[in-house]
Design a protein around this ligand. Structure first.
Ligand code: TYM
Length: 329
């Protein structure tokens, strides 16, 4: 089975990324041939700081290994190291419609935050579809916020296959049972996001224990004492999810232990569970990050493998679409 997922290098990685991304990557790498891509081409679609891009790509590589990916099992690489991604995106734009791209909620939300809305932000899901389809992917581990993008990638694959002949496998998304959408601690009606959440709204994977305690203890809950998941209790529901992801315990067992005990004791327990989960990750991350030469070596090996594996599909796309192009030029 082929597994593929991507994650943006820019911005500090947070507990939502851990829940929908990193921990699923580490779990799925055992199930087949896995590719995890640092999607630097995606990161330039919003305002960013060019000198920081290289650093953040290496930071993310270190975090991918720190959360459990193994270089001899999985292929970890940087998107721009394989030009096939940019080419596939252009070719696939022939089967993406303006109307469906305009409906993407990710686009609408991010466009609202920008004073300058780039064309790249609009066509972003086409690049993402290419990422996935180039590897004949079966399974895409992601969080719930990427669901609409994955559905669009599937639609585009079907459309391409119908229009130009059978070329792509149909990928399916894998969402975590618990924590598919971790919410902002200060506003549990919106998701925890890199740019959309304030410092207090998101737990960073590199946060120290005192910062984690401060953030969790001041998380928004409500007036009651009930520790149970309910639609009218988004704050408490979110904290139960966070504790479940951090500790591996079921939400039911967490409810059974803390219901009726008030929020102070519950929040303290959530904070300790998160600290226990993230402490070893932060330590491994700092160790790995101190050896950029080794990280760059691993990434260049990953890129080599990614180029090899995606080349036949890119060629098949060119062939199916009627281009004269042959691999290599
Ligand atoms: P990105 O970089 O925003 O996020 C990386 C992963 O983290 C998940 N995630 C969350 N999960 C649960 N709760 C949250 N609050 C939360 N916030 C983020 C995301 O769902 C994602 O799995 N477009 C993608 C990157 C991408 C990609 C791909 C993914 C590019 N090409 C191909 C899969 C396949 C993105 O911006 O993810």
């Amino acid at each position: 089975m082929r597994i593929f997922s991507g994650i943006q290098p820019t911005g500090d990685k947070h507990f939502g990324n851990y829940s929908g991304g990193f921990r699923q990557y580490a779990a799925t790498q055992a199930e087949g041939e896995a590719f995890f891509c640092i999607v630097d081409l995606h990161s330039v679609t919003v305002d960013y700081h060019p000198p920081a891009l290289r650093e953040s790509s290496l930071n993310l590589a270190a975090m991918l290994f720190a959360t459990g990916l193994e270089a001899d099992r999985s292929t970890i690489f940087v998107q721009s190291h394989n030009v096939a991604h940019a080419e596939a995106a252009w070719l696939l734009s022939a089967v993406a419609s303006f109307g469906e791209l305009r409906r993407m909620t990710g686009f609408k939300e991010r466009a609202e935050q920008q004073t300058f809305v780039t064309a790249g932000l609009f066509t972003y899901p086409v690049l993402m579809a290419g990422d996935i389809l180039l590897y004949q992917t079966d399974l895409v581990p992601i969080g719930d916020d990427q669901r609409q993008h994955l559905e669009l990638a599937r639609d585009m694959a079907v459309r391409f296959n119908q229009r130009f002949g059978e070329t792509f496998k149909l990928p399916r998304g894998q969402y975590p049972a618990e924590g598919a959408r971790i919410m902002d601690l200060t506003n549990p009606e919106k998701k925890m996001g890199t740019t959309t959440s304030s410092d207090m709204g998101k737990i960073l994977l590199v946060d120290r224990p005192d910062a984690i305690r401060r953030k969790v203890m001041s998380a928004v809950t409500d007036a009651g004492r009930d520790v149970r998941r309910a639609e009218d209790k988004p704050g408490v529901t979110n904290l139960i999810d966070i504790m479940s992801v951090a500790s591996g315990r079921s939400p039911e067992s967490i409810e059974a232990e803390y219901d009726g005990q008030g929020y102070g004791r519950f929040k303290a327990a959530v904070a300790e569970a998160v600290i226990e989960c993230l402490n070893p990750i932060r330590e491994r991350y700092l160790r790995l990050r101190s050896d950029p030469v080794e990280l760059e070596k691993l990434l260049s090996q990953g890129a080599e493998k990614a180029r090899q594996v995606s080349a036949p599909t890119l060629q098949a796309m060119y062939d199916a679409m009627g281009f004269v192009r042959r691999s290599g030029g």
